[in-house]
Design a protein around this ligand. Sequence first.
Ligand SMILES: [Zn+2]
Length: 337
Amino acid sequence: MSALCFETQITRRTVLAVLGMSALGLAATGTPIFADESRSDGLGKILPKFSEPSRLILARLLHDPEYSGRIPAVEAAALSRNENTTADKLMLELIPLAQSYSFAPISNFYVGALVRGASGDLYTGANIEIPGQCLGFAVHAEQSACSNAYMHGEKALTALAVGGAPCGHCRQFIEEMSPGGEILILTPQKPPAKLSSILPAAFGPAALGMKQGALPVEETDLKLVSGSADPLFAAALDAARKSHAPYSKSPSGVGIRTARGRIFRGSYIENVAFNPSLSPLQTALVGLIANGGTFADISAVTLAELENPTITQKAVTDTVRAAIAPSVKLQIVSASI
Ligand SMILES: [Zn+2]
């Protein structure tokens, strides 16, 4: 979460109202988001300074049922050209779009963030709060954007944009993504600053003997102990394989299936300081929210982890599952190395 929120609170609810239908959710059904000649009007409310050609690029991306909060590098470059702005400034200007996905029923503090990967692709992220549950389950927008890039296989992150200086928790989380603090932190009205300048004397992965951080993703060769043809089990296993769990050596992954049959996967992403770590369900929720989904869309949740892990995600996963999808039973599958 960042210290500064936008004066104009553009929430996901506002976006849906602006777009005139349950917009991004309906994208999954193939229903056009922008059906008439004013197809970019909705984005016009969120990004009023953007030109019509830029809004059309974004509308096309958002309309794709497979949209996952990723703006490909070629599209980002086109947006920069259209808006006559730099890659860094474009990220700042896109923050309201990321913010529109925020789900913050506890704080009503709506935050959006973007990161740029080494590929040049941009990834949006928004804060996600779990109603009625421990504040520690909340995902900050910066974590959301970073984990979105992680799940897309980015090898490194080069910049992160957010409306205000990242909180201490996020600075620590970002350190795991960019050990040494090379990533540029972009905030409005301030010059770009390396993470290392706002997190001096960082406690990084090297403190616990690691040679690298969370990126690039290193896969663990895991197999399901009991076979199953369910693609959701395979998705959870794949997410577990891509975990960053060097401290507990307990890889885990979650697969979420929606009522429309979409599957979102989330890997466990550990942090050297432990507490800022993201559980696999939190990471999977980032994917669901980035696609424009809501908790009500969840029809199945599967957790894959080792048979006898040093630490288990079962309890925390089921607690969060009960809060957001009470009618869904958590399925657990065991894996071995
Ligand atoms: Zn934060």
